[in-house]
Design a protein around this ligand. Structure first.
Ligand SMILES: O=C(O)c1ccccc1N[C@@H]1O[C@H](COP(=O)(O)O)[C@@H](O)[C@H]1O
Length: 215
């Protein structure tokens, strides 16, 4: 029997989201540091929320093309276990951030077509994990968190030398099918468990985890 699927719930904005996500079954909690996002957190709020997370649950900071100065300030204030890089960071920049900040790094890679798959192989050489997400539309304000899925058949049966997560448009209704089609053992969700942009819904988080953990 395979190990249970790991769920990451990203973009928590309210302190009540932390116990709700953990009770639902999430193993990773994501905190967003990107000003254009409806899920963006101020450092003191993130510090408070992350400080309530028990041992054994991975606290992930999501950043987009962040400077070292910002990462230094954020990590000095917020207890974080992993960095999620969701911008245009090159493989060299991923290595640099990993070495400088001493934390595992998960690099998000946007997929829309077969031409995007080579980047996954490149980043799997330098990151601790890769996040296989939908590529945002050209005019999108956000590089992720858009509730957009990609064609899961593109990665069916594909494997990488590091752990990976599936993301992009996952919901309580489609996550089981997404896992079955791709073989993912880790899934990440943000807008699919919200009642409005930036507002997590405890029932949807529970339904999402139940559906993912049933696989
Ligand atoms: O959630 C955000 O606001 C966000 C902002 C900037 C970059 C990434 C963001 N979210 C990540 O996007 C994917 C997919 O989200 P969704 O489930 O389709 O809404 C997920 O990895 C989030 O961590």
């Amino acid at each position: 029997m395979s190990a249970p699927v790991n769920v990451k719930i990203c973009g928590l904005t309210d302190s009540a989201d932390v116990p709700a996500a953990i009770l639902a079954g999430a193993r990773y909690l994501g905190f967003v540091f990107f000003e254009k996002s409806p899920r963006n957190l101020a450092l003191p709020d993130a510090a408070f929320m992350a400080g309530t997370v028990p041992e054994g649950i991975c606290k992930v900071a999501l950043a987009v093309d962040a400077t070292d100065d910002f990462l230094d300030r954020m990590l000095a204030e917020v207890p974080i276990d992993m960095l999620q890089l969701h911008g245009r960071e090159t493989p060299a920049r991923v290595s640099e951030i990993r070495a400088r900040h001493g934390l595992p790094v998960m690099k998000a890679v946007g997929v829309a077509g077969a031409e995007d798959l080579a980047a996954l192989d490149d980043y799997a050489q330098v990151a601790d994990q890769i996040l296989v997400d939908a590529k945002p539309p050209k005019d999108a304000a956000l590089p992720g968190g858009n509730g957009l899925a990609f064609d899961w058949r593109l990665i069916a049966g594909r494997r990488w030398p590091v752990p990976w997560m599936l993301a992009g448009g996952l919901t309580p209704d489609n996550v089981a099918e997404a896992i079955a089609m791709t073989g993912a053992r880790q899934v990440d969700v943000s807008s699919g468990v919200e009642s409005a942009p930036g507002v997590k819904d405890a029932d949807r988080m529970a339904a999402f985890c139940a559906a993912a953990l049933s696989r």
